[in-house]
Design a protein around this ligand. Sequence first.
Ligand SMILES: [Zn+2]
Ligand SMILES: [Zn+2]
Length: 244
Amino acid sequence: MVTNEDHAETVVTGDANCPLPMAHDRFEEAHWFLHQMMDTYHHPAIFRYSTNAFLSALKAVAEMLRTEMKANGHEVWVGQMFERFKADPVLLKFNNSRNIVIHHRSLLHGSRIETGLFRGRKLKLASRIDVDHDADSGDILSFIQSKWLGSMLDEGHSALNEQLGVRRTYLVSEISENEDVFTASNRAWSRISSVLSEAHSLLSSSFPAISEADRQAHDVDHINLLLEMDIDPGALERWGWLEE
Ligand SMILES: [Zn+2]
Ligand SMILES: [Zn+2]
């Protein structure tokens, strides 16, 4: 059983009564890799590995549905499922006939980094310093600290809620033309959950679809910004921000 403290969705694995054990298992695996993407977001090299693992698990859900639904006599439904993927711009990308693999170069080309002084989560003053898109956000943040602390920002952080940070966004056209890699991945995963849910119903079982609108659990805005306080747990106390 996989549970995530920060959200309500609970995935039960190994349900003996599941009529689609292989498809369901790959769906849960994709969910696990989605969380790996969140956990590794600020480390581009392993974020890319996590993304590729997610893509392969998600694609396998459809392949397993093909096998398992056919075995249950739902060949027509399988044909309709693939037609539906073709008509859906999101799922079309994720269920391409060839496997999508995000290569090092395309992730770096499509990587946007905002660094500078943040007030709350809002970028107040952007740094113009060139940073290496290959680098972990923590290293970029240390670099900005070495340039800005003591000049653009006082070491004691006397202005409440103002600190240095790094926000990154990954945009890769193989995945989506208009959404970042993580948001588009979550969207595709939610849509596949509806297909999996429908397949369960057809086999007199039930599996609730995951709402695409509810981004709370998998919201890129909760993970894309790394602030000084995130890498320095004692900072809030030292800056005196806890007393306010
Ligand atoms: Zn199931
Ligand atoms: Zn989750």
